[in-house]
Structures are given as structure tokens and as C-alpha cells.
Design a protein around this ligand. Structure first.
Ligand code: HSE
Length: 349
């Protein structure tokens, strides 16, 4: 039986949900997956850090008053975040990077990933900024260091769009995709169809935990732009940066327009898409589109995301599922760790 020492960098909702899963599922993982996780460190800019090479009890951390008083009062705790020291120290085998998304330069998450990979550690991350802006560099670095860099949760939370496309559609060619890639804006559009104003609908999405710290990035399409870049680079072999993707959000759509569209058997949806042109170049875009009710993406409601892939041999293949949420995104981290474990087993022969 294998135990992986993990360090949680960033302790927002996603890593809190992973800690909850470790607290309740380790025995089942041991039986069903052949490994268990030992959390040896947690570090967060707001709460400080807590470290124990022998393993922290996730239940104790979750049930502590860290949100009010930080980690300083816990055994092994400090009021200071110690990201660099923890990432570079010996105990963790896997760094779980779930700090805030920075869409400008991907930092500090990209640096956390670099530190970890250079220290010979596997990295799993949900950080869209770091993945959209630095995945190419980090994948090469990880390959050279003989470790894994996995990031399924950067797009569609635990719904396995990237792994499904790369593993299960092998031998087919994907020439493009279109999708609903932001739970908050899709939820907001749905609430506006019921006559709720945008401001109140965004507040609801914040309470439900779907929205980004700054929901502007959900509403103006920047969050989708990062995900379109990640999918285009991953599935279409593009080399896009966010600035290459034209982007328009839903703020210009009025309540009247949204309600009126529904009366005319159509729906406004915020769509992210990319297509490979005949010359091989990839063109990507984010913009609101008025879809007829019969369109497969028109029925995708609430925080649910969906992506329709254009494939050469199968035609359109659509996958839909949660695109946001604490536990849903924590599941993506687990699926990345399962991939690391399978790779380790394959290497061991
Ligand atoms: N704010 C994002 C959304 C979270 O609403 O989809 C997941 O990336």
C-alpha cells in the first residue's frame, strides 16, 4: 500500500474540500485505489501554515477556527504562510496548488509549480492562470525532471473534459470545440431569464461559491478566455495566450433582451470556442450567442458546463457536468493524483 505525502498550497474552498475527502475517504481509497493521502503541510496567505512530517489530522484542521484565527494556534502551526519552504522541503511527494487565479501573469501559482517541479515533486493544480499562461513551460520542466504536472480541474472542475478527450478519443482528430465554460455566467443568465437582475444573480452565485473572488472575470468572459486557451492548447495543439482570444462577456445584455429571447424560443449563452483553420492556425473566441432552444448547449442550465468537440470520425461529441464547486473541483485533484499513482505503477512494471 502506498502513502503519498501531500502539501496543500492555498486553503480556499477547493483544498478545504480535498482535506474533507481525505478525512472521510482515505480507508476507501486505500481499498479501492491502492493508496492513501497523508497531509503533511498546509499553507495559505490568509491563515498561515501548519506542518507535521508525520501527518496532520485533516479533521482537526477543518474543525479548527482557522477562518477566524488562522493556523497559529494549531500544533505545528504558524501565522505565517511558508509556501516556498514547504514546497521545497523533503516530506511532500505531491504539491496540491490551489491558490487564487491571476489571469495577468499566473503568479504566484506558476512559481509554486516551478519550485515544486525543480524539487522533484509532482504537482496537481486547479489554477487556471498558471495553466493558461505557463502550461507549456511547466510540462517541459516536469518531463525533464521525471515528475507529473496535472491540471484537469483547471477546466470544468472534476468533469474530465481534457482526460476524456486525450485518452478516450485517441485516434480521432479534434478540429474545434464550442462550450459553456463558466458556471457563474450561465447561472446568472438563467436567473435573469426568471426576471432577476444581474447584480442580485451574481450575489447568489457568490453565496453558492461558484463565482471568482472578483466576479467581473466570470461576467466579462475572462475566466472563459483562460479555459478556451487551456483547451485549445491541450486539445488542438495550439500555442495561444489569453491576449490572442477575442473576448466579450454578458454585461451588455439587458434583462429585457434575455427575457425576450426566451419568449422567442431562444436563449442567450456565453460561448467559448476554438477552431483549427485549413492553414493549421487556431482561432478562438468568447462571446454571447443567441441559441435556438433545440441547440444542444441551449439546455445546459445553472452552474453546469458543457463542451461539444468537433471530431473527424465521430462528429460532435459533447460532455457536460459541473464546472465549478468545492468538492467537484477537489475531485479533479483526486483524479490527477490517481493519474500519478497509475503512472507510478506502470513505471514500477
Ligand atoms: N468561477 C468559475 C465558474 C469557477 O463560475 O465557472 C470555476 O472555474
Amino acid at each position: 500500500m502506498t502513502t503519498y505525502n501531500v502539501a496543500l498550497i492555498g486553503f480556499g474552498g477547493v483544498n478545504q474540500a480535498l482535506a474533507e475527502l481525505v478525512a472521510t475517504r482515505n480507508e476507501a481509497w486505500e481499498r479501492e485505489l491502492g493508496f492513501r493521502l497523508r497531509i503533511v503541510a498546509v499553507s495559505d496567505l490568509r491563515f498561515g501554515s501548519v506542518v507535521s512530517p508525520d501527518g496532520l489530522d485533516p479533521k482537526v484542521i477543518i474543525e479548527s477556527k482557522f477562518a477566524q484565527v488562522g493556523f497559529g494556534e494549531l500544533s505545528g502551526g504558524s501565522s505565517q504562510a511558508e509556501n516556498e519552504k514547504i514546497i521545497k522541503s523533503a516530506p511532500p511527494d505531491i504539491i496540491v496548488e490551489a491558490t487564487f487565479t491571476n489571469s495577468q501573469d499566473g503568479e504566484p501559482a506558476a512559481t509554486h509549480c516551478r519550485w515544486a517541479i525543480n524539487a522533484g515533486k509532482h504537482v496537481v493544480t486547479t489554477n487556471k492562470g498558471a495553466v493558461a499562461l505557463a502550461a507549456g513551460e511547466l510540462k517541459t520542466l516536469a518531463k525533464n525532471q521525471g515528475v507529473k504536472f496535472e491540471y484537469e480541474g483547471a477546466v470544468m472542475s472534476g468533469t474530465p473534459i481534457m482526460r476524456m478527450a486525450k485518452k478516450m478519443l485517441i485516434g480521432d482528430q479534434i478540429s474545434g470545440f464550442e462550450g459553456i465554460l463558466n458556471g457563474t455566467s450561465n447561472f446568472v443568465l438563467g436567473r435573469m431569464e426568471s426576471g432577476i437582475d444581474r447584480f442580485s444573480a451574481v450575489k447568489e452565485a457568490q453565496v453558492l461559491g461558484y463565482a471568482e473572488a472578483d466576479p467581473t472575470s466570470d461576467i466579462e468572459g475572462n475566466d472563459i478566455r483562460l479555459k478556451v486557451v487551456i483547451l485549445a492548447n491541450e486539445l488542438l495543439g495550439a500555442n495561444l495566450k489569453p491576449k490572442d482570444v477575442a473576448c466579450e462577456g454578458i454585461s451588455r445584455l439587458s434583462l429585457n433582451e434575455i427575457v425576450a429571447a426566451l419568449k422567442e424560443n431562444s436563449r442567450w449563452k456565453l460561448i467559448g470556442s476554438a477552431i483549427r483553420d485549413k492553414d493549421g492556425s487556431v482561432v478562438a473566441n468568447v462571446s454571447p450567442k443567441r441559441l435556438p432552444l433545440g441547440h444542444p448547449l441551449a439546455a445546459v442550465a445553472g452552474r453546469i458546463n458543457a463542451v461539444s468537440l468537433n471530431t473527424e470520425l465521430l462528429g460532435p461529441v459533447t460532455i457536460s457536468g459541473p464546472g465549478a464547486g468545492r468538492t467537484e473541483t477537489a475531485y479533479a485533484l483526486l483524479s490527477d493524483i490517481i493519474t500519478i499513482h497509475s503512472d507510478n505503477l506502470a513505471r514500477a512494471g
